[in-house]
Structure formats: C-alpha cells, structure tokens
Design a protein. Structure first.
Ligand code: CAA
Length: 258
C-alpha cells in the first residue's frame, strides 16, 4: 500500500483533509495530489458531507510543489505527463464548499492550492508567496491568474517578481484571506465555519459558490443573469419552502438538502 500522504476524517457534516508530509513541509508531489484528489471526490460523493476543510501542519500548509522531484524534469516530461499540474484542478470539480485552513508556509503550489479553495482562513503564523521565480520558473498551478484576481495586479506582480512572502496581516488586508485567527484556534474556527455552511441547504451552498465563481469568469450582465437563474431555480427546492416557513414560524429550519 502506498504511504498515506493525506489524512481524511469527518467532523459531523464536515470532511477534514490534512496534508501529511510534515518533514517535507507538505511539498506537493504527484502521489499526494492524487490522494488529495481522491479524498475530495470521495467527500463530494458522500451525502452526509456538506463542506470540506483542507489543512496542513503547524509549520506549513504546503511549501509548494516538490522541488526535489521536479529538478531534473525536461519540457517533455512535464508537458506529456502533466507532472505537477496533473490532478490539480480536481478541487475545482468539487461543488461543495471547500475552505483552506492555513498555518505556516503556503508557498508556490501551496499558495495556489489554498487559492483554489473557496476561501482561506489563516493562522496569524501564515505566510503566503509565489517564490517560483527564485527557482528559475514561474507559478504553474494558477498563481499568476488567481493571485491578481484576489489581491490586484500591483501586489501580485510584487509577490511573483520578487518572490517575497507576505504575512497573514498583509494577506488579510489585501483580500487573499477571509479571516486571520490565533494559530491555536485556527483549525477550530475553520471547522466551525464549515459546520455552519454544512448546516445550510446544500443546493443553496452549491449555487452560491457557482454564482460567486461566475463573477470571475463572465461580465456583470452575464453574471447577474446566471445568479438570477440560480435564485429562481432554488424556488424548486424543498429547502426554500422549509427555510422561509421556518422564518415565518419563528423556528430553526431543518434542511433536507434537496
Ligand atoms: N519541495 C521539496 N522539499 C521541500 C520543499 C519543496 N517545495 N519545501 C521544503 N522542503 C523540504 C526541505 O528540502 C527540507 O527537507 P530536508 O529536511 O530533507 O532537508 C524540509 O522540507 C524542511 O525545509 P527547510 O529546511 O528548508 O525549512 P526552513 O524552515 O529552513 O525553510 C522554507 C522553510 C522557507 C519554506 C523553505 O523550505 C523553502 O523555501 N521551500 C521552498 C519554497 C518554494 O520555493 N516553493 C515553490 C516550489 S515550486 C512550485 O510550487 C511550482 C508551482 O507553481 C506548481
């Protein structure tokens, strides 16, 4: 059996995935990414799971793609086999909300992995960066595309061209992370946020996620139309009837996720 490079467990309706290569600061190799992809798709297929949290260790969410593994690869190796980027976009196939819970380093592919999640909750120890330029390459898993969308062109250029790291406070100021929490509370906070989300109607959560993502991929009029159609569609769910009836009856809704 291959080594367990990720740990997968459930906390109520939350699926918790922990990157588990601590000695290499969770450097992302193909095996780890394959295992991560499989764990994500397993939670996606489980009705009892409503949201997912991906986390790393105290020292590193992930310090990037595995430099030792890639150092001798040729263009043809990476082009034909999609080494490094193979399986990376699996996370985008997941329709349930995914939170990145980041402590320590989130560098290179680690920062890109966090940015592929729906939002990032950071410990005050978190450090983000795209240092690939120092290795003679550039970000290869979306860093030059997702970072400017998150923090704007100026800071994205600064980070990708100098390779410097930004701390949690700067990351929050610039809009990369949604919240910064004391390191010892960070995972609890992320699981609590995921638990709240998992308690909502799953169709609503999926459509909210799809609609916000559409804001990055279309013009305003197209995005508004997409949102409106999703809003209309939710009137076909049992959960809309339950959510609104519960409000009127001054009780908590019991969503059945349909
Ligand atoms: N790949 C492979 N191994 C890595 C790694 C990586 N990205 N990052 C850290 N490690 C390993 C180190 O080699 C070291 O292993 P050994 O104990 O066997 O020597 C171990 O993790 C601990 O690392 P350090 O001793 O370097 O720890 P440190 O505290 O002194 O420094 C660090 C921490 C600043 C994060 C430093 O490890 C570092 O700069 N890592 C590389 C960061 C990087 O360049 N990431 C981008 C990778 S390229 C990429 O991600 C491409 C892409 O876009 C897809």
């Amino acid at each position: 059996m291959s080594e367990a490079l990720i740990l997968s467990e459930t906390r109520g309706r939350v699926g918790l995935i922990t990157l588990n290569r601590p000695k290499a600061l969770n450097a992302l190799n193909n095996d780890l990414m394959d295992q991560l992809g499989a764990a994500l798709l397993a939670f996606e297929a489980t009705d009892e799971i409503g949201a997912i949290v991906i986390t790393g260790s105290e020292k590193a969410f992930a310090a990037g793609a595995d430099i030792g593994a890639m150092k001798d690869w040729s263009f043809m190796d990476v082009y034909k086999n999609e080494y490094i980027t193979r399986n990376w976009e699996t996370i985008k196939r997941v329709r349930k909300p995914v939170i990145a819970a980041v402590a320590g380093y989130a560098l290179g592919g680690g920062c890109e992995l966090a940015m592929m999640c729906d939002f990032i909750i950071a410990a005050d120890t978190a450090k983000f960066g795209q240092p690939e330029i120092k290795l003679g390459v550039i970000p290869g898993a979306g860093g030059t595309q997702r970072l400017p969308r998150a923090v704007g062109k100026a800071k994205a250029m600064d980070l990708c061209l100098t390779g410097r790291m930004m701390d949690a406070a700067e990351a929050e100021r610039s809009g990369l992370v949604s919240r910064v929490v004391a390191a010892d509370k960070m995972l609890d906070e992320a699981i609590e946020a995921a638990t709240i989300i998992a308690g909502m109607s799953l169709p609503s959560a999926i459509m909210a996620k799809e609609s916000i993502n559409r804001a990055y991929e279309s013009g305003l009029a197209e995005g508004i139309l997409f949102e409106r159609r999703n809003f209309h569609a939710l009137f076909g769910t049992d959960d809309q009837k339950e959510g609104m009836a519960a409000f009127v009856e001054k009780r908590k809704p019991v969503f059945r996720h349909q």
